[in-house]
Design a binder for this molecule. Structure first.
Ligand code: GCB
Length: 572
């Protein structure tokens, strides 16, 4: 395996001439750029530039080609990527925030390879997430952002996650799906595997950890097989004890290992029972945040030190969960959640969907693609406890229900072990909650309505949550609530945009929600302040609803959460 991150050549292409001029065969660089990171925070003149832009890098691949396939993996390119190696087109991928893999076996040379990427992130109504949405009578948006995103985070562009080269044997393990069950104190682990071209071979599956070790060998039939392992007195995975076992899956023939995959496995179950979420058969209350991959100078990328700091901060306040608002996060983030014991609501990039006929079939096709890519990538993470199909769709049109039925069916066909939901601002009129497993709503009474008046806002919140629960009778998560606080802005009595108002609002929300037994979790919006597009309601092009600043320093509200969530009362 080889990382291609670092400095690449870069050239913006505002006249869109690169394809005609065959820049894919190599171009004269305009400047250097760092990968992985968005281009918008690296150069002043690129701040609002959405593409197209060209990247190139040269590399050697001294490794052997014999009986191997060689591939290149992009962790994420936002939004549309076209890729060439040595002048030949490898393929393209639509959608930021999810990985794609391209085969390079026939084209790669031992020395002097030229890899070229063209990326663009135009905002268009038939993309996901949509942008540049014309205002319409039923679909409330646009928020009048510049650039014209129909969502509230900056539409950062470019190669935003690592690029890696790797090889696999021609006969190889293609896919591993691990599911776990619990019976008393015994853990049951099922490992399903697919392998290509593997004749007369077997899969050897070994699980090891906490003094336990077992191996099963099963013959491969018609490309796949399943192995079962029983772990007596198993150590279960949970936020307070994120125990991970080491799993090794080997493709074996004639006493030789041809290919192998290693994974960390958490034995745990996640189920819904009436108003509760059950982890390993016991009710668990989700306390945590919505977040963003957002960091100064990097854009939509968290350097390892910032990612580690986010986890330390979440731990410090006593959080046990987060939602990947509003797109799947990096592989590194998911691995950290497994290791440190965070429960993750994994969300697709479908934010701000609308259901006018025009472009709808294309948006559905993309949502299906992203749902599948997300589940394929994240299905083996014990931290991932549910799938969120969308954030704040404008679902009043009837077409929305068919759309989400279709996506829910897809998610359930790919994974029968996790609940499926979506996150709504509508509440009682989000009819898709009838067929989803739990109800997730975002609430901003006291901010966008009843501004500055918590005495009016809190009773309204109370009535609203009760009505939603009466209608759907499912566990309810309040997946967003919060207020902007400009760091260092203080007021007594509290007023909007002061740290005191943010603290008061969060405190009164939590106090109320703790009294409602049907609430299964509360996520504050947001862990950190984050960049968004310019708008009259976004001073400094920032959303200041973080309880930590963009450079990860605590505001008053972070101290409040620490007091609430670390005590018994807050720990329900
Ligand atoms: C929401 C959105 C989130 C916004 C937030 C806000 O409901 O889901 O993306 O950033 O409100 O601060 O307005």
């Amino acid at each position: 395996m080889r990382h291609l991150s670092g400095k690449w050549d870069f050239r913006p292409d505002p006249q869109n001439q690169g394809t005609r001029k065959r820049w894919f065969r190599g171009f004269t660089k305009d400047r250097a750029i760092t990968i992985p990171a968005s281009w918008n925070e690296q150069y002043k003149d690129l701040r609002d530039y959405l593409g197209p832009a060209w990247y190139q890098t040269r590399f050697d691949w001294p490794g052997s080609h014999q009986n191997k396939g060689i591939f290149i993996r992009f962790g994420s390119v936002n939004y549309l990527a076209q890729v060439w190696l040595n002048g030949f087109k490898l393929g393209q991928h639509e959608g930021g925030h999810l990985p794609f893999v391209l085969e390079v076996t026939r084209l790669i040379k031992k020395k002097g390879n030229l890899l070229v990427v063209r990326a663009e992130g135009f905002l268009k109504p038939d993309r996901v997430p949509p942008g540049n949405v014309p205002p319409g009578p039923l679909d409330s948006f646009n928020n009048n952002f510049n650039p014209p995103a129909s969502f509230d985070f900056f539409p950062f562009c470019g190669i935003q996650r690592p690029v890696i080269l790797f090889s696999v044997p021609n006969e190889s393990i293609q896919d591993v799906t691990v599911t776990t069950e619990i019976s008393g104190n015994t853990g049951l682990v099922q490992v399903k595997s697919l392998a290509t071209n593997a004749k007369d071979s077997a899969l050897r599956v070994s699980l090891e950890g906490f003094g336990f070790k077992a191996t099963r060998e099963v013959p491969i039939q018609s490309g796949g097989c399943t192995a079962f392992l029983k772990i007596p007195k198993a150590k279960f995975w949970a936020p307070s004890s994120p125990h991970l076992y080491q799993l090794k899956v080997e493709l074996r023939r004639a006493d030789k290992t041809i290919d192998q995959i290693k994974l960390l496995v958490g034995i745990r179950t996640i189920k819904i029972n009436k108003n509760k979420i059950l982890l390993n058969g016991k009710p668990i209350f989700l306390k945590g945040f919505g977040r963003h991959e957002d960091f100064p100078g990097k854009g939509r990328n968290l350097p390892p030190s910032a990612l580690a700091k986010d986890y330390r901060n979440m731990r410090w306040v006593g959080a046990n969960s987060f939602r990947t608002t509003h797109y799947p996060y990096s592989d590194e983030d998911m691995a950290m959640a497994d290791r440190l014991g965070f429960l993750v609501i994994d969300e697709t990039p479908a934010v701000g969907l609308f259901f006018k006929k025009e472009g709808l079939a294309r948006r559905l096709k993309l949502c299906r693609q992203f749902t599948k890519e997300m589940i394929d990538r994240d299905k083996n993470h014990p931290s991932v406890v549910m799938w969120s199909l969308a954030n704040e769709p404008h679902s009043k049109r009837a077409a929305a229900q068919g759309f989400f039925k279709n996506l829910a069916q897809l998610a359930r066909s790919l994974d029968q072990t996790r609940p499926v939901t979506l996150v709504s601002y509508l509440g009682t009129s989000e009819n898709s909650f009838r067929f989803l497993d739990l109800v997730c709503v975002n609430r901003y009474f006291g901010w966008y309505t009843e501004p500055g008046d918590l005495d009016k806002a809190i009773p309204r919140l109370s009535r609203d949550l009760d009505a939603i629960h009466r209608k759907f009778k499912k566990p309810l998560l309040v997946t967003e609530f919060g207020a902007d606080a400009i760091p260092g802005s203080h007021a007594n009595p509290p007023i909007m945009f002061s740290e005191e108002y943010q603290e008061a609002m969060i405190s009164r929300y939590i106090e109320l929600m703790n009294k409602k037994p049907y609430i299964a979790g509360t996520h504050v919006w947001n862990l950190c302040d984050f960049r968004t597009a310019q708008a009259t309601h976004r001073p400094n092009s920032m959303n200041y609803k973080g309880v930590f600043t963009r450079d990860r320093r605590p505001k008053l509200a972070a101290h409040l959460l620490r007091r609430l969530w670390k005590t018994k009362r807050g720990n329900r």
